[in-house]
Design a protein around this ligand. Structure first.
Ligand code: SF4
Ligand code: SF4
Ligand code: SF4
Length: 204
């Protein structure tokens, strides 16, 4: 559940953004569009398995700071980053990583080229993209369908961010950086048995 602080920050942000989107002689966005359309324009695209690149500022600051230059996507050697479609309103052109498709390999090239600090130049172990969760009902290692350890083998922080305890993978919450390499490697499909949820500060 979101905290009161988060909700009030979210409302403040909406108020600011609505003001920002006021045109000419006092004609506001809310006068032109229904509330649902305004909500679609303002909502963050960040959600389970759809994450900002490493080092991203908290979401409202990120959206305000990113100039949609595309350098992070251009430099990524793995093509992990995709700029959001032009149809996405205020979010258009901002970078997103769909970790089920291509995860982040934590090479940290993107943070070096971001000209605005929207992606902070943090070390890989501070990438802060999200936190992995294992669905024990779907995970083969837990439900006994196979001796699977694909997520464990894929993790760049094996035995630190993810451990094998009695042959079952366990996420270490304060060490997982949310790169999604475990998600990409999971053989259980739709949905995966391991998924990455964004940290609270990456949600609207
Ligand atoms: S850290 Fe490397 S792999 Fe990850 S998104 Fe940035 S450039 Fe791509
Ligand atoms: S490099 Fe920085 S400013 Fe440019 S699109 Fe990526 S996050 Fe935004
Ligand atoms: S547990 Fe998954 S998301 Fe977390 S650091 Fe390891 S591979 Fe990345």
């Amino acid at each position: 559940m979101k905290s009161e602080h988060t909700n009030s920050r979210s409302i403040d942000r909406r108020t600011v953004l609505k003001s920002f989107l006021t045109f000419g002689a006092g004609i506001s966005l809310s006068a032109l569009l229904p509330e649902k359309a305004i909500s679609d324009v303002l909502n963050s695209p960040v959600r389970r398995n759809y994450l900002r690149p490493p080092g991203a500022l908290p979401e409202p600051d990120f959206v305000a700071t990113c100039i949609r230059c595309g350098r992070c996507a251009e430099v990524c050697p793995y093509h992990s980053i995709e700029p959001i479609s032009l149809k996405a309103g205020l979010q258009a052109g901002t970078p997103l990583i769909h970790v089920e498709h291509i995860a982040c390999y934590l090479c940290m090239e993107c943070v070096k080229v971001c000209p605005t600090g929207a992606l902070r130049d943090v070390p890989a172990e501070k990438a802060g993209m999200g936190l992995a969760h294992i669905d024990e009902e779907r995970c083969w290692a837990y439900n006994g369908k196979a001796l699977c350890r694909a997520c464990y083998d894929a993790c760049p922080y094996k035995n630190v961010a993810i451990q094998l305890i009695h042959l079952k993978p366990v996420i270490v919450e304060d060490k997982c950086v949310g790169c999604g390499l475990c998600v990409a490697a999971c053989p259980v499909q739709i949905p995966r048995a391991v998924n990455v949820d964004p940290l609270e500060n990456h949600l609207k």
